[in-house]
Design a protein around this ligand. Sequence first.
Ligand SMILES: Cc1cc2nc3c(=O)[nH]c(=O)nc-3n(C[C@H](O)[C@H](O)[C@H](O)COP(=O)(O)OP(=O)(O)OC[C@H]3O[C@@H](n4cnc5c(N)ncnc54)[C@H](O)[C@@H]3O)c2cc1C
Length: 482
Amino acid sequence: MTPVYTAGMRRRNLLRAGLSAPLAGAALGGCVTPDAQRFQGTHRRMVLRDDPDYERWRQGMAWQTFKHDRYPDAIARPRTTLEVAEAVTYARRNRLQVVARSGGHNVSGAFLRDGGMLLDLGALRGAEVDVSRGSAWVEPALWSRNLARVLEPQGFAFPYAHCGTVPMGGYLLGGGVGLNGDSWGGIACANILEAEVVLASGELVRVNAEQRPDLYWAVRGAGTGFPGVVTRYRLKLHPAPRVLLSSAYVFTLAAATDAARWMERERRAAPEDTELMMLMAHSPQGPVAIARFVAFTAEQARAEQLLARYAAAPEAHKALVRMERVPTTFEQWFRESVDASRGLGFGSYGVETIWTDRLAESIDAVASAFAEAPSAMSHILISPRIHTATPEQAAFSMFGEAFIGVYSVWADGAHAANFAWLEHCAQLLAPFAKGRYVNETDGFAAPERVRSAFSEEAWKRLADVREREDRQGVFHGFPGWG
Ligand SMILES: Cc1cc2nc3c(=O)[nH]c(=O)nc-3n(C[C@H](O)[C@H](O)[C@H](O)COP(=O)(O)OP(=O)(O)OC[C@H]3O[C@@H](n4cnc5c(N)ncnc54)[C@H](O)[C@@H]3O)c2cc1C
Protein backbone atom coordinates (compact mmCIF):
# COMPACT_ATOMS: atom_id res chain seq x y z
CA MET A 1 0.00 0.00 0.00
CA THR A 2 1.36 3.38 -0.93
CA PRO A 3 1.55 5.60 2.15
CA VAL A 4 -0.34 8.86 1.93
CA TYR A 5 2.23 11.56 2.43
CA THR A 6 0.59 14.54 4.14
CA ALA A 7 2.04 17.98 4.74
CA GLY A 8 2.04 17.18 8.45
CA MET A 9 4.06 13.99 7.86
CA ARG A 10 6.52 15.87 5.70
CA ARG A 11 7.03 18.40 8.45
CA ARG A 12 7.53 15.66 11.01
CA ASN A 13 10.03 13.86 8.79
CA LEU A 14 11.93 17.07 8.27
CA LEU A 15 11.97 17.57 12.00
CA ARG A 16 13.28 14.07 12.55
CA ALA A 17 15.82 14.19 9.74
CA GLY A 18 18.25 16.10 11.89
CA LEU A 19 21.10 18.08 10.43
CA SER A 20 24.61 17.06 11.19
CA ALA A 21 26.34 20.43 10.99
CA PRO A 22 27.98 21.41 14.27
CA LEU A 23 26.75 24.40 16.24
CA ALA A 24 28.21 27.74 15.37
CA GLY A 25 29.05 30.14 18.19
CA ALA A 26 26.24 32.22 19.68
CA ALA A 27 28.18 35.45 19.62
CA LEU A 28 26.06 38.56 19.23
CA GLY A 29 25.37 39.17 15.58
CA GLY A 30 26.17 35.56 14.61
CA CYS A 31 23.76 33.01 13.17
CA VAL A 32 23.71 29.40 14.30
CA THR A 33 23.32 26.23 12.39
CA PRO A 34 20.28 24.17 13.25
CA ASP A 35 20.74 20.67 14.53
CA ALA A 36 17.49 18.86 15.19
CA GLN A 37 19.17 15.87 16.73
CA ARG A 38 20.40 17.99 19.57
CA PHE A 39 16.76 18.67 20.40
CA GLN A 40 15.44 15.17 19.84
CA GLY A 41 18.42 13.19 21.03
CA THR A 42 19.28 11.94 24.46
CA HIS A 43 18.37 15.21 26.17
CA ARG A 44 14.78 15.14 24.89
CA ARG A 45 14.43 18.81 24.24
CA MET A 46 11.74 18.59 21.56
CA VAL A 47 8.55 16.59 21.21
CA LEU A 48 6.22 16.29 18.24
CA ARG A 49 2.49 15.70 18.26
CA ASP A 50 2.70 11.92 17.93
CA ASP A 51 5.20 11.60 20.76
CA PRO A 52 3.79 9.79 23.82
CA ASP A 53 5.10 12.64 26.00
CA TYR A 54 3.60 15.41 23.85
CA GLU A 55 0.41 15.91 25.83
CA ARG A 56 2.24 15.94 29.16
CA TRP A 57 4.60 18.63 27.84
CA ARG A 58 1.73 20.62 26.33
CA GLN A 59 -0.27 20.54 29.54
CA GLY A 60 2.80 21.65 31.46
CA MET A 61 3.08 24.87 29.44
CA ALA A 62 0.15 26.62 31.14
CA TRP A 63 0.65 27.79 34.70
CA GLN A 64 -3.07 27.48 35.48
CA THR A 65 -5.10 24.26 35.56
CA PHE A 66 -7.32 25.15 32.58
CA LYS A 67 -5.66 23.98 29.35
CA HIS A 68 -6.63 25.67 26.12
CA ASP A 69 -7.48 23.42 23.21
CA ARG A 70 -4.67 24.47 20.87
CA TYR A 71 -1.92 22.18 19.62
CA PRO A 72 1.51 23.18 18.30
CA ASP A 73 3.27 20.73 15.95
CA ALA A 74 6.39 20.79 18.09
CA ILE A 75 7.40 21.88 21.56
CA ALA A 76 11.08 22.67 22.04
CA ARG A 77 12.85 23.36 25.31
CA PRO A 78 16.18 25.06 24.65
CA ARG A 79 18.50 25.32 27.65
CA THR A 80 20.68 28.17 26.44
CA THR A 81 20.55 31.26 24.26
CA LEU A 82 22.52 29.36 21.68
CA GLU A 83 19.85 26.68 21.57
CA VAL A 84 17.11 29.32 21.28
CA ALA A 85 18.83 30.69 18.19
CA GLU A 86 19.28 27.19 16.86
CA ALA A 87 15.61 26.35 17.41
CA VAL A 88 14.39 29.53 15.66
CA THR A 89 16.61 28.85 12.66
CA TYR A 90 15.42 25.29 12.57
CA ALA A 91 11.76 26.31 12.79
CA ARG A 92 12.16 28.89 10.03
CA ARG A 93 13.78 26.38 7.70
CA ASN A 94 11.02 23.89 8.39
CA ARG A 95 8.23 26.46 8.10
CA LEU A 96 7.13 26.11 11.67
CA GLN A 97 5.74 29.38 12.96
CA VAL A 98 7.28 30.14 16.34
CA VAL A 99 5.82 31.43 19.59
CA ALA A 100 7.85 31.83 22.79
CA ARG A 101 6.75 31.03 26.31
CA SER A 102 8.55 32.11 29.48
CA GLY A 103 6.34 31.15 32.42
CA GLY A 104 2.96 30.31 30.88
CA HIS A 105 1.05 32.84 33.00
CA ASN A 106 -0.71 34.44 30.07
CA VAL A 107 -4.23 33.47 31.01
CA SER A 108 -5.56 33.30 27.44
CA GLY A 109 -2.74 30.87 26.66
CA ALA A 110 -1.18 33.16 24.03
CA PHE A 111 1.79 30.76 23.91
CA LEU A 112 -0.43 27.88 22.75
CA ARG A 113 -1.15 28.10 19.03
CA ASP A 114 -2.33 25.53 16.55
CA GLY A 115 0.61 24.32 14.50
CA GLY A 116 4.17 25.59 14.48
CA MET A 117 6.72 25.45 17.27
CA LEU A 118 6.22 26.44 20.88
CA LEU A 119 9.57 27.52 22.26
CA ASP A 120 9.56 26.96 26.01
CA LEU A 121 12.17 29.18 27.67
CA GLY A 122 11.47 27.79 31.14
CA ALA A 123 15.11 26.77 31.60
CA LEU A 124 16.39 30.35 31.20
CA ARG A 125 16.13 31.60 34.78
CA GLY A 126 19.42 33.31 35.53
CA ALA A 127 20.19 36.76 36.92
CA GLU A 128 23.43 38.71 37.07
CA VAL A 129 23.57 41.92 39.11
CA ASP A 130 26.00 44.72 38.28
CA VAL A 131 26.12 46.59 41.57
CA SER A 132 28.29 49.43 40.27
CA ARG A 133 25.91 50.20 37.40
CA GLY A 134 22.74 49.56 39.41
CA SER A 135 21.44 47.16 36.79
CA ALA A 136 20.92 43.44 36.28
CA TRP A 137 20.71 41.06 33.36
CA VAL A 138 17.76 38.74 33.90
CA GLU A 139 16.56 35.78 31.89
CA PRO A 140 12.91 35.46 30.87
CA ALA A 141 11.74 32.59 33.10
CA LEU A 142 13.04 34.19 36.29
CA TRP A 143 10.13 34.56 38.72
CA SER A 144 9.41 37.89 40.38
CA ARG A 145 10.00 36.28 43.75
CA ASN A 146 13.36 34.86 42.71
CA LEU A 147 14.48 38.18 41.28
CA ALA A 148 13.63 39.77 44.65
CA ARG A 149 15.70 37.12 46.39
CA VAL A 150 18.70 37.97 44.23
CA LEU A 151 18.31 41.75 44.52
CA GLU A 152 17.45 42.26 48.18
CA PRO A 153 20.80 41.16 49.65
CA GLN A 154 22.45 43.64 47.26
CA GLY A 155 20.21 46.47 48.45
CA PHE A 156 18.18 46.68 45.23
CA ALA A 157 14.55 46.23 44.24
CA PHE A 158 12.44 46.27 41.09
CA PRO A 159 8.74 46.70 40.27
CA TYR A 160 8.10 42.96 40.55
CA ALA A 161 4.70 41.55 39.54
CA HIS A 162 2.26 41.31 42.42
CA CYS A 163 2.28 37.52 42.22
CA GLY A 164 5.63 35.89 43.02
CA THR A 165 5.47 33.24 40.28
CA VAL A 166 5.06 35.72 37.40
CA PRO A 167 8.33 35.65 35.44
CA MET A 168 10.06 38.56 33.79
CA GLY A 169 9.64 37.33 30.16
CA GLY A 170 6.05 38.09 29.22
CA TYR A 171 5.44 40.44 32.14
CA LEU A 172 8.00 43.01 30.97
CA LEU A 173 7.40 42.49 27.27
CA GLY A 174 3.75 43.50 27.70
CA GLY A 175 4.32 46.33 30.20
CA GLY A 176 4.29 45.20 33.83
CA VAL A 177 1.98 46.66 36.47
CA GLY A 178 4.42 46.19 39.33
CA LEU A 179 4.76 46.61 43.07
CA ASN A 180 5.60 50.19 44.00
CA GLY A 181 5.62 50.95 40.27
CA ASP A 182 4.85 54.64 40.73
CA SER A 183 8.20 55.17 42.45
CA TRP A 184 10.05 53.13 39.87
CA GLY A 185 9.21 54.43 36.44
CA GLY A 186 5.46 53.77 36.30
CA ILE A 187 5.10 50.74 34.09
CA ALA A 188 7.84 48.14 34.70
CA CYS A 189 9.04 47.96 31.07
CA ALA A 190 10.22 51.56 31.39
CA ASN A 191 13.13 50.00 33.33
CA ILE A 192 14.36 47.90 30.40
CA LEU A 193 17.75 49.39 29.52
CA GLU A 194 18.55 46.84 26.86
CA ALA A 195 17.66 43.36 25.77
CA GLU A 196 19.10 40.47 23.82
CA VAL A 197 16.82 39.14 21.16
CA VAL A 198 16.91 36.22 18.73
CA LEU A 199 15.54 37.47 15.42
CA ALA A 200 13.65 35.55 12.75
CA SER A 201 16.98 34.97 10.99
CA GLY A 202 18.32 33.16 14.08
CA GLU A 203 20.70 36.05 14.70
CA LEU A 204 21.21 37.13 18.30
CA VAL A 205 21.24 40.91 18.66
CA ARG A 206 21.42 43.44 21.45
CA VAL A 207 18.82 46.20 21.38
CA ASN A 208 18.94 49.49 23.27
CA ALA A 209 18.28 53.18 22.69
CA GLU A 210 21.16 53.40 20.19
CA GLN A 211 21.34 49.94 18.68
CA ARG A 212 18.21 48.84 16.79
CA PRO A 213 16.03 51.50 18.42
CA ASP A 214 12.86 50.18 16.76
CA LEU A 215 13.25 46.81 18.41
CA TYR A 216 14.15 48.50 21.68
CA TRP A 217 10.94 50.49 21.39
CA ALA A 218 9.01 47.27 20.69
CA VAL A 219 10.54 45.25 23.52
CA ARG A 220 9.12 47.86 25.89
CA GLY A 221 5.46 46.89 25.62
CA ALA A 222 4.68 45.06 22.36
CA GLY A 223 3.78 41.95 24.36
CA THR A 224 2.41 39.07 22.33
CA GLY A 225 3.11 40.97 19.08
CA PHE A 226 6.88 41.19 19.56
CA PRO A 227 8.76 39.90 16.48
CA GLY A 228 11.57 38.01 18.20
CA VAL A 229 12.53 35.95 21.23
CA VAL A 230 13.90 37.84 24.22
CA THR A 231 16.65 35.81 25.85
CA ARG A 232 17.52 38.38 28.50
CA TYR A 233 16.85 41.93 29.63
CA ARG A 234 19.15 44.44 31.32
CA LEU A 235 17.06 46.21 33.94
CA LYS A 236 17.48 49.43 35.83
CA LEU A 237 17.38 48.64 39.56
CA HIS A 238 16.21 50.81 42.44
CA PRO A 239 17.29 51.16 46.06
CA ALA A 240 15.38 48.59 48.11
CA PRO A 241 12.88 50.12 50.52
CA ARG A 242 13.72 49.03 54.07
CA VAL A 243 10.13 49.37 55.28
CA LEU A 244 6.94 47.98 53.75
CA LEU A 245 3.93 48.98 55.83
CA SER A 246 0.35 48.23 54.89
CA SER A 247 -3.08 49.47 56.01
CA ALA A 248 -6.21 47.74 54.73
CA TYR A 249 -9.88 48.63 55.20
CA VAL A 250 -12.59 46.07 54.53
CA PHE A 251 -16.03 47.25 53.37
CA THR A 252 -19.27 45.56 52.42
CA LEU A 253 -19.76 45.24 48.67
CA ALA A 254 -22.51 47.88 48.93
CA ALA A 255 -19.81 50.36 49.95
CA ALA A 256 -17.43 49.42 47.09
CA THR A 257 -18.29 52.50 45.02
CA ASP A 258 -17.65 54.77 48.03
CA ALA A 259 -14.32 53.03 48.58
CA ALA A 260 -13.47 53.65 44.91
CA ARG A 261 -14.39 57.34 45.31
CA TRP A 262 -12.06 57.49 48.30
CA MET A 263 -9.31 56.06 46.12
CA GLU A 264 -10.06 58.57 43.36
CA ARG A 265 -9.63 61.36 45.87
CA GLU A 266 -6.48 59.94 47.43
CA ARG A 267 -4.68 59.08 44.23
CA ARG A 268 -4.07 62.74 43.47
CA ALA A 269 -2.61 63.41 46.92
CA ALA A 270 -0.70 60.16 47.54
CA PRO A 271 3.07 60.44 47.18
CA GLU A 272 4.78 58.06 44.77
CA ASP A 273 6.03 55.75 47.53
CA THR A 274 2.51 54.80 48.52
CA GLU A 275 0.81 52.15 46.42
CA LEU A 276 -2.98 52.31 46.34
CA MET A 277 -4.79 49.02 45.79
CA MET A 278 -8.35 47.76 45.81
CA LEU A 279 -9.65 44.24 45.80
CA MET A 280 -13.16 42.86 45.47
CA ALA A 281 -13.23 39.36 46.91
CA HIS A 282 -15.55 36.77 48.43
CA SER A 283 -15.04 36.36 52.17
CA PRO A 284 -16.76 33.62 54.20
CA GLN A 285 -19.24 36.33 55.25
CA GLY A 286 -19.96 37.38 51.66
CA PRO A 287 -18.49 39.67 49.01
CA VAL A 288 -16.34 42.55 50.24
CA ALA A 289 -14.29 45.44 48.89
CA ILE A 290 -10.88 46.07 50.41
CA ALA A 291 -9.02 49.36 50.14
CA ARG A 292 -5.32 48.99 50.80
CA PHE A 293 -2.43 51.43 51.07
CA VAL A 294 1.15 50.20 51.14
CA ALA A 295 4.07 52.47 51.96
CA PHE A 296 7.50 51.53 50.55
CA THR A 297 9.97 53.71 52.41
CA ALA A 298 13.48 53.93 53.77
CA GLU A 299 12.33 54.86 57.29
CA GLN A 300 9.59 53.57 59.57
CA ALA A 301 8.63 57.11 60.58
CA ARG A 302 7.85 58.13 57.02
CA ALA A 303 5.75 55.02 56.43
CA GLU A 304 3.78 55.70 59.62
CA GLN A 305 3.27 59.29 58.57
CA LEU A 306 2.04 58.30 55.10
CA LEU A 307 -0.49 55.81 56.45
CA ALA A 308 -1.78 58.14 59.21
CA ARG A 309 -3.60 60.12 56.54
CA TYR A 310 -5.77 57.13 55.62
CA ALA A 311 -6.47 56.15 59.22
CA ALA A 312 -7.91 59.62 59.78
CA ALA A 313 -10.14 59.62 56.68
CA PRO A 314 -13.93 59.46 57.29
CA GLU A 315 -14.15 56.37 55.03
CA ALA A 316 -11.78 54.43 57.29
CA HIS A 317 -14.24 54.84 60.15
CA LYS A 318 -16.96 53.18 58.11
CA ALA A 319 -14.90 50.04 57.45
CA LEU A 320 -16.09 46.69 58.81
CA VAL A 321 -12.50 45.75 59.58
CA ARG A 322 -9.33 47.86 59.85
CA MET A 323 -5.88 46.26 59.63
CA GLU A 324 -3.52 49.15 60.09
CA ARG A 325 0.24 49.64 59.96
CA VAL A 326 0.95 45.96 59.34
CA PRO A 327 4.61 45.35 58.48
CA THR A 328 5.24 43.14 55.48
CA THR A 329 8.12 42.11 53.21
CA PHE A 330 8.38 41.25 49.55
CA GLU A 331 8.87 37.60 50.52
CA GLN A 332 5.72 37.55 52.62
CA TRP A 333 3.84 39.31 49.87
CA PHE A 334 4.87 36.68 47.33
CA ARG A 335 4.03 33.82 49.71
CA GLU A 336 0.52 35.20 50.19
CA SER A 337 0.12 35.66 46.43
CA VAL A 338 0.08 31.89 45.95
CA ASP A 339 -2.01 31.02 49.00
CA ALA A 340 -4.53 28.49 47.71
CA SER A 341 -6.60 28.81 50.90
CA ARG A 342 -7.39 32.38 49.79
CA GLY A 343 -8.18 31.27 46.27
CA LEU A 344 -4.92 32.73 44.99
CA GLY A 345 -2.37 31.06 42.76
CA PHE A 346 -4.39 27.95 42.07
CA GLY A 347 -7.21 26.93 39.73
CA SER A 348 -8.55 27.70 36.27
CA TYR A 349 -8.31 31.34 35.22
CA GLY A 350 -9.84 33.81 32.83
CA VAL A 351 -9.00 37.52 32.91
CA GLU A 352 -10.13 40.77 31.31
CA THR A 353 -8.83 44.22 32.12
CA ILE A 354 -9.48 47.86 31.38
CA TRP A 355 -7.64 51.15 31.75
CA THR A 356 -10.10 53.81 32.83
CA ASP A 357 -10.35 57.38 34.04
CA ARG A 358 -13.74 56.57 35.59
CA LEU A 359 -12.93 54.25 38.44
CA ALA A 360 -15.92 54.76 40.74
CA GLU A 361 -18.42 54.50 37.86
CA SER A 362 -16.75 51.29 36.66
CA ILE A 363 -16.93 49.73 40.12
CA ASP A 364 -20.54 50.76 40.43
CA ALA A 365 -21.30 49.10 37.09
CA VAL A 366 -19.68 45.78 37.96
CA ALA A 367 -20.44 45.44 41.70
CA SER A 368 -23.72 43.54 41.54
CA ALA A 369 -22.35 41.19 38.86
CA PHE A 370 -19.41 40.53 41.16
CA ALA A 371 -21.78 39.35 43.88
CA GLU A 372 -23.18 36.80 41.42
CA ALA A 373 -19.87 35.26 40.39
CA PRO A 374 -20.31 31.49 40.00
CA SER A 375 -17.06 30.92 41.89
CA ALA A 376 -16.10 32.41 45.25
CA MET A 377 -12.44 32.31 44.09
CA SER A 378 -13.08 35.03 41.51
CA HIS A 379 -11.88 38.50 42.35
CA ILE A 380 -11.44 41.97 40.90
CA LEU A 381 -8.07 43.65 41.33
CA ILE A 382 -7.81 47.39 41.00
CA SER A 383 -4.80 49.64 40.78
CA PRO A 384 -6.52 52.96 41.47
CA ARG A 385 -3.50 54.95 40.42
CA ILE A 386 -0.82 54.19 37.88
CA HIS A 387 1.82 56.72 36.99
CA THR A 388 0.21 57.91 33.79
CA ALA A 389 3.16 59.36 31.93
CA THR A 390 3.65 57.09 28.92
CA PRO A 391 7.30 56.03 28.90
CA GLU A 392 9.39 57.34 26.04
CA GLN A 393 10.62 54.89 23.44
CA ALA A 394 8.00 52.34 24.36
CA ALA A 395 5.36 50.42 22.44
CA PHE A 396 3.45 50.47 25.72
CA SER A 397 1.08 53.29 24.90
CA MET A 398 -2.28 52.75 26.54
CA PHE A 399 -2.96 54.06 30.02
CA GLY A 400 -5.82 55.23 32.14
CA GLU A 401 -5.69 56.74 35.59
CA ALA A 402 -6.76 53.39 37.02
CA PHE A 403 -6.46 49.74 36.07
CA ILE A 404 -9.17 47.15 36.69
CA GLY A 405 -8.61 43.40 36.27
CA VAL A 406 -11.48 40.94 36.55
CA TYR A 407 -10.12 37.50 37.44
CA SER A 408 -12.51 34.63 36.98
CA VAL A 409 -11.04 31.75 39.00
CA TRP A 410 -12.55 28.35 39.61
CA ALA A 411 -11.48 24.94 40.82
CA ASP A 412 -14.27 22.74 39.46
CA GLY A 413 -15.07 21.91 35.86
CA ALA A 414 -17.62 24.70 35.37
CA HIS A 415 -15.64 26.35 32.58
CA ALA A 416 -18.56 27.69 30.53
CA ALA A 417 -20.29 29.41 33.47
CA ASN A 418 -17.09 31.09 34.65
CA PHE A 419 -16.05 32.25 31.18
CA ALA A 420 -19.60 33.57 30.62
CA TRP A 421 -19.43 35.52 33.90
CA LEU A 422 -16.08 36.99 32.88
CA GLU A 423 -17.46 38.11 29.54
CA HIS A 424 -20.51 39.62 31.27
CA CYS A 425 -18.18 41.69 33.50
CA ALA A 426 -16.07 42.68 30.46
CA GLN A 427 -19.22 43.96 28.73
CA LEU A 428 -20.29 45.92 31.82
CA LEU A 429 -16.87 47.58 32.02
CA ALA A 430 -16.50 48.26 28.28
CA PRO A 431 -18.27 51.67 28.30
CA PHE A 432 -15.69 52.96 30.80
CA ALA A 433 -12.60 51.55 29.05
CA LYS A 434 -9.98 53.78 27.50
CA GLY A 435 -8.18 50.65 26.44
CA ARG A 436 -6.87 47.29 27.65
CA TYR A 437 -3.69 45.64 28.87
CA VAL A 438 -2.09 43.38 26.29
CA ASN A 439 -0.89 40.92 28.95
CA GLU A 440 -4.37 40.42 30.35
CA THR A 441 -6.89 40.36 27.57
CA ASP A 442 -8.03 37.46 25.41
CA GLY A 443 -7.30 38.22 21.77
CA PHE A 444 -8.51 34.78 20.67
CA ALA A 445 -11.98 35.63 21.99
CA ALA A 446 -11.99 39.29 20.87
CA PRO A 447 -9.09 40.47 18.63
CA GLU A 448 -10.10 44.15 18.85
CA ARG A 449 -9.35 44.09 22.60
CA VAL A 450 -5.68 43.47 21.79
CA ARG A 451 -5.67 46.42 19.44
CA SER A 452 -7.13 48.62 22.16
CA ALA A 453 -3.99 47.98 24.22
CA PHE A 454 -2.08 50.37 21.92
CA SER A 455 -2.39 53.90 20.63
CA GLU A 456 -3.12 54.22 16.89
CA GLU A 457 0.43 55.39 16.30
CA ALA A 458 2.01 52.54 18.26
CA TRP A 459 -0.20 49.96 16.52
CA LYS A 460 0.92 51.21 13.07
CA ARG A 461 4.57 51.41 14.07
CA LEU A 462 4.44 47.90 15.47
CA ALA A 463 3.06 46.61 12.17
CA ASP A 464 5.99 48.31 10.38
CA VAL A 465 8.56 46.87 12.79
CA ARG A 466 7.07 43.40 12.42
CA GLU A 467 7.11 43.69 8.64
CA ARG A 468 10.74 44.81 8.61
CA GLU A 469 12.06 42.36 11.20
CA ASP A 470 10.04 39.30 10.26
CA ARG A 471 9.19 39.43 6.57
CA GLN A 472 8.58 35.71 6.36
CA GLY A 473 6.24 35.65 9.35
CA VAL A 474 8.45 33.30 11.34
CA PHE A 475 6.81 34.47 14.57
CA HIS A 476 3.13 34.26 15.38
CA GLY A 477 1.42 37.63 15.66
CA PHE A 478 -0.96 38.84 18.34
CA PRO A 479 -3.59 36.28 19.41
CA GLY A 480 -6.54 36.70 17.08
CA TRP A 481 -4.38 38.56 14.52
CA GLY A 482 -2.14 35.82 13.13
C1 LIG B 1 -1.49 34.93 38.97
C2 LIG B 1 -1.12 36.00 38.03
C3 LIG B 1 -0.68 37.21 38.54
C4 LIG B 1 -0.32 38.25 37.68
N1 LIG B 1 0.11 39.42 38.21
C5 LIG B 1 0.47 40.44 37.39
C6 LIG B 1 0.91 41.69 37.91
O1 LIG B 1 1.01 41.90 39.10
N2 LIG B 1 1.23 42.66 37.02
C7 LIG B 1 1.16 42.48 35.68
O2 LIG B 1 1.49 43.38 34.92
N3 LIG B 1 0.76 41.30 35.16
C8 LIG B 1 0.40 40.29 35.98
N4 LIG B 1 -0.02 39.10 35.45
C9 LIG B 1 -0.10 38.97 33.99
C10 LIG B 1 1.27 38.64 33.40
O3 LIG B 1 2.02 39.81 33.22
C11 LIG B 1 1.10 37.97 32.03
O4 LIG B 1 0.36 36.79 32.20
C12 LIG B 1 2.44 37.67 31.37
O5 LIG B 1 2.18 37.22 30.06
C13 LIG B 1 3.18 36.61 32.11
O6 LIG B 1 4.45 36.42 31.61
P1 LIG B 1 4.94 34.97 31.14
O7 LIG B 1 6.38 35.12 30.97
O8 LIG B 1 4.42 33.90 32.02
O9 LIG B 1 4.24 34.91 29.73
P2 LIG B 1 3.90 33.58 28.92
O10 LIG B 1 2.53 33.17 29.31
O11 LIG B 1 4.98 32.60 29.03
O12 LIG B 1 3.88 34.15 27.45
C14 LIG B 1 2.87 35.00 27.00
C15 LIG B 1 3.25 35.54 25.66
O13 LIG B 1 4.29 36.49 25.79
C16 LIG B 1 5.23 36.35 24.75
N5 LIG B 1 6.51 35.99 25.32
C17 LIG B 1 6.73 35.51 26.57
N6 LIG B 1 8.04 35.40 26.80
C18 LIG B 1 8.66 35.81 25.68
C19 LIG B 1 10.02 35.94 25.30
N7 LIG B 1 11.00 35.64 26.14
N8 LIG B 1 10.31 36.40 24.06
C20 LIG B 1 9.32 36.73 23.20
N9 LIG B 1 8.02 36.63 23.51
C21 LIG B 1 7.69 36.18 24.74
C22 LIG B 1 4.70 35.30 23.81
O14 LIG B 1 3.97 35.95 22.77
C23 LIG B 1 3.74 34.51 24.68
O15 LIG B 1 2.66 33.99 23.95
C24 LIG B 1 -0.40 38.05 36.28
C25 LIG B 1 -0.83 36.82 35.76
C26 LIG B 1 -1.20 35.81 36.63
C27 LIG B 1 -1.68 34.52 36.07
